[in-house]
Ligand binder design. Structure first.
Ligand SMILES: Nc1ncnc2c1ncn2[C@@H]1O[C@H](COP(=O)(O)OP(=O)(O)O)[C@@H](O)[C@H]1O
Ligand SMILES: [Mg+2]
Length: 262
C-alpha cells in the first residue's frame, strides 16, 4: 500500500475525473508529491500505470510503439501509451512540456471525447478501454517561454495545482517517509518554511519535501544534523558558494552553529 498524505481536495478531483474518463494535468514544483499521488490513485482505482519520463528526444513511436526485428521477422511492439489504451490503464507522462510538440499531438484524440488512438504505422485506430486515463505533469517553474503547453492541449485537461504541503501535513509526510520522530520532522519543516520564505536569493526552486525526507534519513542514520542538512537540503539547492553560505545562516538559526548545541 502506497502512503499518500492528502493536501487538499486532489483525491476527490482525480476520482471525479477518472469516473468521467477525463484526462488530468498536474502542475507543481519538483518533489511535492505529483508522482507519488499518481501511484497512489492508480492503486486506489486498481489500474495499471505506465509512466513515461518525457525529454526532447522522445518520439511518438516511443509512446505508441514500433516495429522491431526478431528471429521470425518484424513484429509490432506496443509503446506504453498503447498498452494503457488497450488495458484500460493510466498513462502518466511526467514533465510533459519537455516532449516535442509533434510528439504530444498523438495525445489530442485521446484527450477529448473521442478517446481514440490512431496508430499510423499499422493503420489501426484503437478505442481506449473504459479505465484508460491520461495523466500528465509538469513543473511551471522550469517552463521556458518556448516550451509551455499549447492552449489547445492544456484545455483538454482537468488541471490540479500542487504546492508544498501545510506544515502539519509535511511533518506527517517526513516522519512517515523517513521513519523519524515528530520532533525532527517539525524542526526540518520549520527550516524548510524559513528557506521558502527567503525572497532575496534567486534560487531556481525552493527546498522540496523530498529534500526534507533525504535529510531526515541521513540524520536518522547517525550523521551530525548540520552535515546532513548541508548535504541533503542546502547543496542540492544551489551551486553558488555564496548562496550556500547564506542559506546555511538560516540553518544555523534553526539547528545552532557548529559546536553550539540546541
Ligand atoms: N503528499 C505526500 N504524501 C506522501 N509522500 C509525499 C507527499 N508529497 C511528497 N512526498 C514524498 O516526497 C517524495 C517526492 O515526491 P514525488 O511524488 O516524487 O514528487 P514530484 O513527482 O512532484 O517531483 C516522495 O517520494 C514521497 O516520499
Ligand atoms: Mg515526479
Amino acid at each position: 500500500m502506497t502512503f499518500y498524505q492528502p493536501v487538499g481536495n486532489e483525491i476527490e478531483l482525480f476520482q471525479a475525473a477518472a469516473d468521467n474518463g477525463l484526462p488530468v494535468l498536474i502542475k507543481g514544483p519538483t518533489g511535492c508529491g505529483k508522482t507519488r499521488f499518481v501511484r497512489y490513485m492508480a492503486e486506489q482505482l486498481d489500474r495499471p500505470v505506465y509512466t513515461v519520463a518525457c525529454h526532447d528526444d522522445l518520439t511518438a513511436a516511443d509512446l505508441v510503439g514500433r516495429h522491431l526485428i526478431g528471429p521470425d521477422g518484424t513484429y509490432w511492439q506496443d509503446g506504453p501509451l498503447t498498452r494503457a489504451v488497450r488495458e484500460g490503464g493510466i498513462c502518466y507522462l511526467d514533465e510533459v512540456v519537455e516532449a516535442r510538440k509533434d510528439t504530444t499531438v498523438v495525445l489530442h484524440p485521446l484527450a477529448d471525447d473521442r478517446r481514440e488512438l490512431p496508430i499510423e504505422r499499422t493503420g489501426e485506430v484503437l478505442q481506449a478501454a473504459p479505465g484508460f486515463m491520461l495523466v500528465v505533469s509538469y513543473n511551471p517553474g522550469y517552463q521556458s517561454l518556448l516550451k509551455g503547453m499549447k492552449p489547445s492541449t492544456r484545455q483538454r485537461f482537468v488541471s490540479l495545482r500542487f504546492d508544498y504541503p501545510s506544515e502539519a501535513a509535511e511533518q506527517t509526510i517526513v516522519a512517515e517517509e523517513a521513519g523519524c520522530d515528530r520532533d525532527l520532522a517539525r524542526q526540518l519543516v520549520s527550516l524548510a518554511s524559513a528557506l521558502r520564505n527567503l525572497k532575496d536569493h534567486d534560487l531556481e526552486e525552493a527546498a522540496s519535501t523530498r529534500l526534507l525526507i533525504h535529510t531526515a534519513m541521513m540524520i536518522k542514520a547517525g550523521l551530525p544534523p548540520l552535515d546532513a542538512v548541508r548535504a541533503g537540503m542546502i547543496e542540492p539547492l544551489s551551486d553558488d558558494e555564496a548562496t550556500v553560505a547564506a542559506l546555511m545562516e538560516v540553518v544555523y538559526a534553526v539547528f545552532g552553529r557548529p559546536g553550539e548545541s540546541r
